[in-house]
Design a protein around this ligand. Structure first.
Ligand SMILES: Cc1cc2nc3c(=O)[nH]c(=O)nc-3n(C[C@H](O)[C@H](O)[C@H](O)COP(=O)(O)O)c2cc1C
Length: 184
């Protein structure tokens, strides 16, 4: 529970495209969570300045990253949240570099204790027909398990290339909405 004693679900959008497929899917997950009674909040990574992890391991002690950038905003939102939905499109078989920069910086976030035991879901659109997006989903799954989050599910949407085309895939929107309920 959060300070307001409510389940709170944080959505992370790792696509640079506003109103793109990733954001639409994250919005659906958050709508499902809201219907199930959660507070929701969304972060559009492209609005923030997040430097690359330098591997200095300064966070190994108390989880404090030596960089003072917008990752502090994200950490505070993650601290207040009880569940997360991570969204990234597939870019060259993996996540966007925007998402990966955020993801590497979660090393400090996890050491602060803001991930362990919390619910986690993924949404991944991609232009190609590969039905599982195995590298992107594999990376998020393995890291989620390593950080001892509770992974509740994922929505992968192949053949979803043009911005907003996901709106025509009612089955995927419904899947995302139902996934949101599982985060509560
Ligand atoms: C730089 C770049 C690389 C991409 N690489 C892949 C890829 O490897 N496999 C794939 O299926 N789609 C790839 N795509 C297509 C995107 O995954 C697809 O357009 C997705 O819907 C974008 O999500 P968005 O609307 O949230 O930005 C790529 C798109 C871009 C711009």
């Amino acid at each position: 529970m959060t300070e307001t004693n409510k389940v709170r679900v944080l959505g992370i959008v790792g696509s640079p495209r506003r109103g793109g497929n990733t954001e639409i899917l994250v919005d659906e997950v958050l709508a499902g969570a809201k219907e199930a009674g959660a507070e929701t909040y969304k972060i559009f990574l492209n609005d923030l300045k997040i430097g690359h992890c330098q591997g200095c391991n300064a966070c190994s002690d108390k989880g404090q990253c030596k960089y003072k950038d917008d990752m502090e905003i994200i950490n505070e939102e993650m601290r207040k949240s009880t569940a997360f939905v991570y969204g990234t499109p597939v870019y060259y078989w993996g996540p966007t570099s925007l998402f990966k920069a955020f993801f590497d910086r979660l090393l400090a976030t996890s050491r602060l204790g803001y991930i362990k035991g919390k619910k986690l879901a993924f949404v991944v659109p991609l232009g190609g027909s590969e039905p599982v997006a195995r590298h992107t989903i594999g990376m998020m799954t393995d890291a989620g398990n390593y950080r001892r989050a509770e992974i509740v599910g994922q929505v992968v949407s192949p053949s979803t290339g043009d911005a907003g085309v996901i709106k025509q895939k009612q089955d995927k929107l419904k899947e995302a909405f139902e996934l949101g309920k599982k985060l509560v």
